[in-house]
Every structure is written in structure tokens, then in C-alpha cells.
Design a protein around this ligand. Structure first.
Ligand code: SF4
Length: 382
């Protein structure tokens, strides 16, 4: 999806007329595509007020005052992983203290209380388990669909899916077809980290590389499976590597149109091997949301993932380019094991309140960004 061809032209307020990013702000307002150099400039500028204003103008042009949320439940079925990414606090090795693996029955037990409670989505990601058979994944999807037929399943990062292809010797297309037949509706955006080879070599050299991440997403899109995309920022990446990452996502979206949302994820420093770097600031979080909104003129939704940003920064992000705050979540381990201080879930009432406090109108969506209860909701539109 590209931005509307002839967006109504807004004028830049006088206070930003002397901004060093005036050319970029004017291009964005005119609906013109920003370049790599523009992206670098936006990240480097100290005029964060102009940046936030421009991102908000584009966000409101696309989505008005609406901010989406959904009722979802996370399922982190195992934290046992054959890899050992330096930024990761979640993984354990088999037999190590704190390692877990749920059987399919245990997965069902964990989500049984949510049956017929109007949940829209299961978000399922885990470590890349070294010995689970492919049938575990398809059995889990089938069992969840059988017990919760109205709940969309967003499952397995590109890294998990690439590993399943390696494990089975099947093509990515065949693996995704089998997962889809078993109940997979959507693929989450994780595992993207930062696409630059330099960064991946230093922080996660053993797992699927950027080309393979794109192959998974492109194959999913060709099969009618929509996906999300992330960037894990705030560790060793440069501004240029951030922009390169975002523009590679924009190129993917030009080719396929299958990305639903972009989610900039802040690196969390507790209990992992990059801890000495510290956490990125709240301002950097807002900057990433804003630049993402301005560069990704073809991705409809920008998510401020409240679990990771904290509720207060997520509220601010709703006026810095984000139009979605994610969901009730209920049980989150990946960022809490890395020091996230947010609660592990919020009630629907509290989520609506959080959005209203930020001056936005809360609208419940399903996994595919249909308004909940509307025609097409709970069905995969793509
Ligand atoms: S980020 Fe994912 S692949 Fe890397 S160690 Fe953690 S769980 Fe494993």
C-alpha cells in the first residue's frame, strides 16, 4: 500500500521554518518519498520538535485521531534456543536453570481461561529449540485453532521459520504452506534486529541473515500471509544502518504490499551480553517512531509497543507517528527478562484509558487491522 496519491497539503508552522530538516518536513507533507540521505538527516537533527510535528501530521493524515489496540495473548512456548544472540536475555540452553518448554497440552492449559472471551490474536514466539520436531509446531497450531477457532494466530518469527526449513529440508514455501494449513494466519516481525551484515556478525552471527529474513517474509506474502516488521535499535547500530534497515523494509513493501505494521523495538540491557551499552533514551524511542513513520510511506501502521516502551513513552509516541499501541498481552517474557518494568499485561479498560489520556480515540482492531466487530473482522483479508 502506498500513501494516498494526492494528500491534502499542510503548511509548516512558522516556528519550524528555520529548521535544519525543513526540506524533509516539506517533502513528507507533500507526500514525496524521502531518500536515504533524508532519513540520516532526520535521525541526526536536533530539531526533534519539527520531526515529531511532521510525523504526527502524516500519522493524522492517514489515521485521524484513532489509535488502535487489540485483545491478545502472548504465548512464549519455550525459551530454549540453539542460538545465543548478544542482546537476548530470554534464551536458555537445554537443562539450564530457568529453561522451559511447554507441551502442546500445556500451551492449551495456559490459554484455556481465554476461551470465548473475545480474544482477537495469539502472538506466539519462542527460542529456536534444537530438538523439537516440525510436528510440534503444526500440532500446536491445529490444537489452538480447534479450541479457539475465532482467534487469529500470529506465530513464529522469520528466524524460527527459517530454522524449520533447515530442520525439515523443505523449502520455505512448503514450510509456510504447512503452517498455514495447520492454522497460521500471520507472521510477526521479530528476528529482523538490524539488517546490516556488520551488526548481525557482531551480535547474532549464527542465525538466519537479513536475506533469509526477507525471503521468509516475501514467501509469506506470496502465500497470502501478512506479516509485521521490527527493528531492534539502541545497541551498536549506526544511524546509517538504521536508515538502511527501514528502507529495505520499504523496498519489500513496494514489491509485495504484505507488511501490516512496523514496530521499532528498543534494546533492553538487563541480563544480556550487551548490558554495558545501557538503554536507549525515551527521546530516541520517539525519534525511531517518527522517522519510521516518515520513511515508510507505504506501510499503513506504526506500532508503539507499550510493553517495551513503557506506557508513558507509548502515550507520547501516539503523537509522534504511531497509531497503534498493541494489546492486552497478558503474559510477556522476552522483554521482562531483559528488565522491562511495565506490567505483563493491561486490561482492555486500562488500555482504552491509556489511549484516551494521550488525547486519542481508542479503537479495537483484530490481528489484521480490521476494526473489531466490523465486516471482515476475524477473517484474513489478504
Ligand atoms: S533473540 Fe531469538 S534466536 Fe536469538 S538467542 Fe534470543 S531467542 Fe534465540
Amino acid at each position: 500500500m502506498r500513501a494516498a496519491p494526492a494528500p491534502p497539503r499542510l503548511s509548516v508552522p512558522a516556528v519550524f521554518r528555520t529548521s535544519d530538516i525543513l526540506p524533509q518536513v516539506e517533502k513528507a507533507l507533500a507526500g514525496e518519498r524521502l531518500t536515504f540521505e533524508d532519513g540520516v538527516r532526520l535521525f541526526q537533527s536536533e530539531d526533534v520538535n519539527a520531526l515529531g510535528w511532521a510525523a504526527n501530521a502524516v500519522r493524522e493524515r492517514l489515521h485521524g485521531n484513532v489509535a488502535y489496540y487489540l485483545k491478545n495473548r502472548h504465548i512464549n512456548y519455550t525459551n530454549i534456543c540453539k542460538y545465543d544472540c548478544m542482546f537476548c536475555s530470554f534464551y536458555r540452553k537445554e537443562g539450564q536453570e530457568g529453561a522451559w518448554l511447554w507441551s502442546v497440552d500445556q500451551v492449551l492449559e495456559h490459554v484455556a481461561p481465554y476461551k470465548d472471551k473475545g480474544l482477537s490474536e495469539f502472538h506466539i514466539v519462542g527460542g529456536v529449540h534444537p530438538t523439537l520436531p516440525f510436528s510440534y509446531y503444526t500440532d500446536m497450531l491445529r490444537a489452538l485453532k480447534r479450541e479457539h477457532p475465532g482467534v487469529a494466530i500470529k506465530a513464529f518469527t522469520a528466524i524460527e521459520i527459517a530454522y524449520l526449513a533447515e530442520l525439515t529440508g523443505k523449502s520455505l514455501g512448503d514450510v509456510l504452506k504447512e503452517l498455514k494449513a495447520a492454522g497460521l494466519d500471520m507472521v510477526p516481525g521479530g528476528g529482523a534486529e538490524v539488517f546490516a551484515d556488520r551488526v548481525r556478525y557482531k551480535v547474532c552471527r549464527d542465525k538466519a541473515d537479513a536475506d533469509r529474513w526477507f525471503e521468509v517474509h516475501e514467501t509469506a506474502h506470496a502465500l497470502g500471509i501478512p506479516t509485521n516488521a521490527t527493528m531492534l535499535y539502541g545497541h551498536i547500530e549506526t544511524v546509517e544502518e538504521r536508515v538502511d534497515h527501514i528502507l529495505r523494509l520499504r523496498d519489500l513493501q513496494d514489491r509485495t504490499g504484505g507488511l501490516k505494521s512496523y514496530i521499532p523495538l528498543a534494546y533492553h540491557p538487563d541480563f544480556n551480553r550487551l548490558a554495558k551499552l545501557g538503554a536507549p533514551s525515551g527521546l530516541d524511542a520517539l525519534r525511531n517512531v517518527a522517522v519510521g513513520r516518515l520513511l515508510l510511506d507505504n506501510v499503513p501502521h506504526i506500532k508503539a509497543y507499550w510493553i517495551m516502551l513503557g506506557v508513558k513513552v507509548a502515550q507520547l509516541a501516539l503523537s509522534w507517528g504511531a497509531n497503534d499501541i498493541d494489546g492486552t498481552v497478558t503474559w510477556e517474557r522476552i522483554y521482562h527478562m531483559a528488565g522491562a518494568e511495565t506490567p505483563e499485561g493491561l486490561t482492555e479498560e486500562r488500555l482504552r484509558e491509556v489511549i484516551r489520556e494521550a488525547g486519542r480515540e481508542p479503537v479495537e482492531r483484530d490481528a489484521f487491522y480490521n476494526v473489531a466487530g466490523s465486516e471482515g473482522a476475524r477473517g484474513n483479508p489478504s
